[in-house]
Ligand binder design. Structure first.
Ligand code: WTA
Length: 637
């Protein structure tokens, strides 16, 4: 397993060179560190035109054999999962590799008993419990395709995702705890399922024991189903043999247009990439306790709570709650309690904890920390230094990992303790990754001290294969903007030393607290409100969230004439249609939007106004009605 790990900066340069000159040989060498039922006939075949990308064709495997079975002999009694509850007075739980293996097999048998077959799509909507990881792995065990939906999405968003993938089964819990909140998960699922005839079965885990409706013939309790499996007396569940290019999971993510798309990852390439990046970036050593604070509902949780760490025999900590409950010292209590060695979190969490000052850190022993990680959005230098000074005591390297749902794993990142770090920089590509910067015409910008749009010019095993049910959308979104390149949607700078700094999205996607939100999606939701004629949504700098959501709304006939109440109605509409994560932070009612004569909204102007940068709005003479700009400027919030 450790044969993949780079051990010096010098070796990094050698390995990187090899990975570019002989990519197939390089990746075959990495893939040799995993367990295959049968090895590949062909390492890679690809074109970015269609696109058609296949890794390790002809190989057979099951990812759960790599995450569980292969560790049983050596690590059977080692903790695989440590679970810390929302309420610090509740008991924590530890599952060894042996116990996790047994629980995954058991639940895989539950799925089989409930009619789940290889290739079926399963929606998972659960709180951060070991059972969420168990559900994910049980699907993978039998070749069912999981689609995990983050707990912050509304019934409507879940329904859209279930319908798109035609899911047959939903796995959920009665409710969940996050901070002081009780999340009524089953009730949200019930609302979603009104629209979803494909769902034949709902498996409900007991967590909060909040009252729930259980529909005869459709809904069953997780615990009852486990009992049935126990009385059947067959604790094993042989892993289904999968082709390397069989689908492993779908994960929905937002883009600049229309509805969220289902990013598809496949078994072989994803496994290799998640395991390779986990081992290298964090330089995990046996016995280390690793804590990633993301939710399993996002790609970070898929790759760096479940598949990456488990494939490497690591101990992965799952936390049910939030950083500020019961107080802003919670993360540090957890670090101290379990002697966490590697802490991987998000800039928004760091900024939020920074705002409480240093009091919550008093008397906390963080000396176990060896490596810190950041993900999800650009980390500002102030947050970087606070993290470095107060959490890492200036001795733990910070790995600022740049990557995307579509990438499967880290792309540009320091390797902890091996390659240099630089505040605000994701620094250098991992071996195997070939980033390029291009100008608007798609021409590669060479040399250092330059910036442009970030593309990748050669495939890696974790690249998305398609968007579920709509391959053309995949082509158009990622492979059509620039010929023969994967386009990331991010702007990027390469400094004089050749280090990369991600500057943010160049498309209409916002990054709010590290969550990707398409402005078009929020506009669609706002426009569904009965009094709204049209709207335009842009981002603006927000101290904690990174970006906030600013909505300009045309709504001439407001109910009751009370603007504040109407704003609340609009916010409630967005919450219903998308979920609380997309709620606008600011709503400004305007009489019209700045449009060109051809009817296109000039977002550039709105963005500047939202940012408070109204001195230089650029050329407004092409606008249909330049006077609306003055009105909008005057009313800016
Ligand atoms: C942004 C999250 C700067 C970026 C893993 C990307 C980052 C989007 C970083 C993907 C980082 C992620 N520095 N920006 N270290 N990591 N991003 O799909 O804009 O939820 O395109 O994947 O987050 O978000 P996603």
């Amino acid at each position: 397993m450790s044969n993949m790990k780079i051990s010096s900066f010098e070796e990094y340069h050698q390995v990187y060179k090899h990975s570019i000159e002989q990519p197939e040989e390089f990746w075959a060498g990495i893939a040799d560190n995993f367990q295959w039922r049968k090895k590949w006939d062909n390492v890679l075949s690809w074109n970015f035109k269609e696109p058609n990308i296949k890794w390790f064709e002809g190989a057979k495997l099951n990812i759960t054999e790599n995450c569980l079975d292969r560790h049983l002999e050596t690590l059977g009694d080692t903790p695989a999962i440590i679970w810390e509850p929302n309420d610090p007075t509740e008991n924590h739980r530890v599952l060894t590799y042996k116990q996790l293996h047994d629980k995954v097999c058991q639940f895989a048998n539950v799925l089989k008993n409930n009619g789940v077959q290889k290739g079926d799509r399963i929606c998972i909507y659960m709180p951060m419990l070991p059972e969420l990881a168990i559900a994910v792995l049980a699907c993978a065990r039998i070749g069912a395709i999981h689609s995990v939906v983050f707990g912050g999405f509304s019934a409507q968003s879940i329904a859209d995702r279930i319908k798109d993938a035609e899911c047959k089964v939903v796995i959920t819990a009665d409710g969940g705890f996050r901070g002081t909140k009780d999340l009524p998960l089953k009730s949200v699922i019930d609302d979603a399922l009104v629209q979803c005839p494909s769902v034949k079965r709902v498996i409900v885990l007991t967590r909060s024991r909040t009252p729930v409706s259980m529909i005869k013939g459709r809904d069953v309790w997780w615990e009852d189903e486990i009992k049935k499996v126990e009385t059947q007396g067959n604790p094993e569940c042989p892993a289904e043999e999968m082709d390397a290019e069989d689908m492993l999971f779908i994960l929905y993510t937002s883009g600049s247009t229309g509805k969220p798309k289902g990013v598809v990852h496949t078994c072989g390439g994803y496994m290799v990439y998640a395991g390779y990046t986990f081992a290298n970036t964090f330089q995990y050593n046996p016995g280390d306790v690793y804590f990633c604070t993301a939710d399993i509902g996002w790609i970070t949780g898929h790759s760096y709570i479940v598949y990456g760490p488990l494939s490497q025999g690591a101990t992965t900590l799952i936390f049910e709650g939030i950083p500020t409950y019961p107080d802003a010292g919670r993360f540090w209590d957890i670090v101290e309690k379990y002697k966490v060695n590697i802490l991987y979190t998000a800039p928004t969490a760091i900024r939020s904890l920074m705002s409480f000052g240093l009091d919550p850190l008093k008397d906390k022993d963080l000396s176990s920390i060896k490596v810190l990680g950041s993900v999800g959005e650009p980390i500002n230098e102030e947050a970087w230094h606070w993290f470095d000074d107060h959490i890492g005591y200036n001795k733990a390297p910070i790995v600022d990992t740049w990557w995307q749902t579509e990438n499967g794993g880290h792309m540009i990142t320091p390797i902890a303790g091996i390659t240099p770090t630089k505040p605000g920089y994701a620094t250098l590509p991992l071996p195997g990754i070939q980033p390029v910067l291009v100008d608007e015409n798609g021409k590669e910008i060479e040399g250092n001290g330059v910036s442009g749009n970030l593309c990748i010019k050669f495939p890696w095993p974790g690249i998305l294969r398609t968007t579920y049910g709509d391959h053309e959308r995949c082509r158009l979104t990622y492979f059509a903007t620039y010929e023969n390149m994967y386009f990331t949607g991010d702007g990027c700078l390469r400094d004089d030393d050749g280090y990369y700094r991600i500057t943010g999205r160049v498309d209409d996607v916002l990054n709010v607290s590290g969550h990707r939100i398409g402005t078009a999606e929020v506009e669609n939701a706002i426009n569904m409100h009965s009094s709204v004629v049209e709207s335009a949504v842009v981002g603006y700098p927000h101290d904690i969230k990174g970006q906030g959501v600013y909505a300009f709304v045309v709504s001439p006939n407001q109910h009751g004439g009370d603007a504040e109440l109407n704003k609340k109605d609009i916010i409630m509409t967005v919450q219903r249609i998308i979920g609380p994560i997309a709620k606008p932070d600011k709503i400004q009612f305007v009489s019209g939007l700045p449009k060109t004569r051809s009817g296109k909204i000039m977002r550039r102007i709105l963005r500047k106004i939202a940012e408070g940068d109204t001195a230089n709005l650029g050329d407004t003479s092409t606008l249909l009605d330049p006077s609306v700009v003055d009105e909008i400027k005057a009313g800016a919030l």
